[in-house]
Design a protein around this ligand. Structure first.
Ligand SMILES: [Mn+2]
Length: 251
């Protein structure tokens, strides 16, 4: 089968126990990957694939076997795998590229696919000017802090991280805030502003918000927020002509 489609998905939060058995979420997502692998020219994972990830020099977190195996298989069969770090899995370093062939993106990506211009990002921090958010973000992205964290005993480090993840973010996973509207939704405000200097963009695609949004910004530019794999089981697909937002939910 010819590989012609480009897929976009985000926010699986693999390993999270907020929605019950994390293996069920992983199996459902991997089942979807299996169903698209023959048609997938490229797969863009737009962040928060893992609910938590930190890799040490010689050790990586337990779990995720099916997911890692599936993207390695897809890569070996000719699908380009792009992995964006989110705000939950900031600390992806060289293990994924080495083991699975995934291309890691730690920043938004402006790219051309099939003659269209795409702006792709997880979405955390874009259009959000709050100081506390940017302070925490700069700590997590700081090389020295990463170096220090890597030297803690892993049981402390991973234990702290799970505690942090559970206490800070559980409510955002279980009941994400509904769409704030065109003038208040950070990602929409950000995209409209960005568009002033980059009118060539056809599609903005974001994750992070755990909502579904398909919004026309002007005559040619669309903005998609592609839901998640906790409640919507949703993804976007570009077949070279049309970009569609789909969900596996039964209506
Ligand atoms: Mn998320």
């Amino acid at each position: 089968m010819e590989k012609t489609n480009i897929y976009f998905a985000s926010d699986m939060h693999l390993g999270s126990t907020v929605f019950g058995d994390p293996k069920e979420i992983e199996k459902r997502f991997v089942g979807w990957l299996d169903s698209i692998k023959d048609r997938a020219k490229a797969l863009y994972l737009l962040g928060d694939v893992f609910d938590f990830w930190f890799e040490y020099k010689k050790v990586v977190p337990r779990g995720f076997t099916r997911f890692l195996g599936k993207i390695a298989e897809m890569h070996d069969n000719g699908t380009e795998i792009h992995f964006f770090t989110g705000n939950h899995d900031i600390w992806v370093f060289d293990y994924l590229p080495e083991e699975t062939g995934a291309i890691i993106h730690t920043k938004p990506l402006l790219t051309e696919i099939g003659g269209k211009t795409f702006y792709l990002a997880h979405g955390d921090g874009l259009g959000d000017n709050s100081h506390s958010f940017h302070l925490i973000r700069s700590i997590f992205h700081n090389r020295t802090c990463q170096w220090l964290f890597a030297r803690l005993p892993s049981s402390w480090g991973i234990g702290f991280a799970h505690w942090w993840s559970k206490h800070n973010r559980e409510k955002d996973l279980v009941s994400p805030a509904p769409y704030f509207g065109e003038d208040k939704e950070h990602l929409v405000v950000y995209a409209k502003d960005f568009l002033h200097n980059h009118p060539e963009i056809d599609y903005f695609i974001f994750g992070h918000r755990h909502i579904l949004l398909d919004l026309l910004l002007n005559k040619k530019t669309r903005l998609l927020i592609i839901g998640d794999w906790l409640q919507y089981f949703s993804y976007a697909v570009f077949d070279g002509k049309t970009l569609m937002l789909e969900t596996l939910l039964q209506e």
